[in-house]
Design a protein. Structure first.
Length: 473
């Protein structure tokens, strides 16, 4: 395949991902990225002993990236944009290798058009990098299977497997799809392929044992809120993975047209696309549930490869291919627009951090302090602080130790709130929800301390939160 053919999917993904990249406000997880990425490496490593060890590699990468490019919405989301663009190129390369050049181009362009691709290309989290790493692993496995006696190809695959685990442990479920395809191949060619694969996969997985140990110990704390899936979850997950039932139906219908006599190569794409969610489902019936559609995003490129092959087989000319792609683009346009909604990254809280920051800036006076109430959204304090103009800092009256110094995602609060007030003349209170009396949402001991010395001068209800100004009695 000429360079131009695989570049078209990559450039198309890049172009679509850039559309309103700074439109959605940062979501809760992105605010964590912003906060941790601005900490020192020492503070980050100290935090990882307590929480989020599974994201250690991503945080370290973002620390370096933000040191160079800053922490604007666009800057923080750019690694994800580049990762999804690289994945589109890999989809085209895999499609050519297992089918033909036409199928590769179709698959890469279909991948670029999927709303879920641009949605997570605009997310300052590790998901897009995981998608890239898992797709690269599939590509490297195909190269190793082409020449199984070349050990350096298996070494490259092993390193990529380690990279997957370091970015997101759950994405190692892609190995289930790889294993099923290699077993089928080994039945035809002998056991040499199977033991080489097992050795490479185990070597790669062994490199992430420290992350496994820490991540397992922290899993129940981080994922306690994820419900255990029922049997219906195995079907319901696909509209979530593709952002809509329509999009899932289009991709899967085209994938069904990819039936070919080359069962071995078809099996690899199919197992990578289908098996990981089943593994996640089965593993989610213990103490911790891992069944979230975000954790299955790395299956989307395999579906795109199959759909591209189906489109290439059904279409008799490039004109027909172009028409079908145009129709798909129009069908998913409402989903593309929805993905760029202002609060799309913070569903279901819809918290307007930006408006809260503008409200505080409009009426700010030197010496003002603040109280940010932890709730839903959990990172309300980080959200408002992120959108405040540079240089405007409010002392958080009830914070005894900031989150970075506390080696946690959250700060340590004063055990006796009344002792932490320093006679501030005005205090801004930002709480989740729109209760007419915002102090009802403040922890009882903090609310008592505030009510004793302050009166509410005014409140501004906003989407998902309320900003109140307290004046000293």
């Amino acid at each position: 395949m000429s360079a131009g053919l695989w570049m078209w999917p990559a450039l198309t993904t890049l172009a679509i991902a850039f559309i309103r990249i700074d439109g959605p406000q940062l979501g809760t997880d992105e605010l964590v990225t912003s906060d941790v990425g601005r900490r020192s490496l020492g503070q980050t490593l100290a935090m990882l002993h307590n929480v989020d060890a599974v994201h250690a590699t991503y945080y370290v990468l973002m620390h370096g990236w933000m040191a160079v490019f800053g922490d604007s919405e666009t800057a923080m989301r750019m690694p994800s944009v580049l990762a999804m663009s690289g994945t589109a190129a890999l989809v085209a390369l895999i499609g050519r290798r297992v089918f033909d050049s036409r199928a590769g181009v179709c698959g890469g362009l279909l991948f670029a058009l999927l709303p879920v691709v641009s949605r997570f290309a605009q997310e300052a989290r590790s998901y897009a990098l995981v998608v890239l790493a898992a797709t690269l692993a599939t590509f490297l496995l195909l190269r190793a299977l082409d020449a199984p006696r070349r050990w350096w190809r298996w070494a490259g695959y092993a390193l990529c497997v380690a990279g997957i685990g370091l970015l997101h442990l759950i994405a190692l479920t892609v190995l289930a799809g790889h294993f099923a395809a290699v077993v089928h191949r080994a039945r035809r060619e002998g056991g040499g392929v199977l033991w080489r694969f097992c050795l490479a996969a185990l070597a790669g997985a062994a490199g992430v044992i420290p992350v496994v140990v820490l991540g397992t110990s922290q899993a129940s704390r981080q994922l306690f809120w994820v419900p255990e899936p029922d049997l219906w979850g195995l079907t319901a997950i696909w509209p979530e993975v593709f952002t809509s039932g329509l999009c899932a139906g289009v991709v899967m219908t085209l994938a069904a047209l990819a039936w070919t006599e080359r069962r071995d190569v078809l099996l690899l794409c199919f197992t990578v696309a289908v098996l990981p969610p089943f593994v996640l489902w089965a593993a989610s019936h213990g103490d911790v549930s891992y069944f979230r559609f975000q954790y299955a995003l790395f299956t989307v490129p395999a579906w795109a490869v199959l759909a591209g092959a189906g489109l290439a087989r059904a279409a008799r000319s490039w004109l027909t291919v172009a028409v079908v792609l145009a129709v798909v683009g129009l069908l998913v346009l409402p989903d593309q627009r929805r993905m760029r909604g202002e609060f799309e990254h913070d569903v279901p809280h819809n918290a307007d951090y930006k408006a809260a920051a503008r409200t505080i800036e409009k009426y700010y006076r030197s010496g003002d302090a603040a109280v940010y109430v932890k709730g839903a959204p959990w990172m309300l304090d980080q959200g408002v602080r992120y959108y405040l103009r540079p240089g405007l800092k409010l002392r958080e009256v009830f914070v005894a130790k900031p989150a970075a110094e506390n080696s946690e995602l959250f700060p340590l609060y004063c055990p006796a709130p009344v002792m932490c007030l320093r006679g501030e003349s005005r205090i801004w209170v930002v709480v989740p929800g729109n209760d007419p009396d915002p102090l009802n949402s403040v922890p009882a001991d903090q609310a008592a301390a505030l009510r004793a010395q302050y009166t509410t001068a005014g409140t501004v209800p906003l989407s998902g939160l309320t900003v109140a100004l307290l004046d000293k009695r």
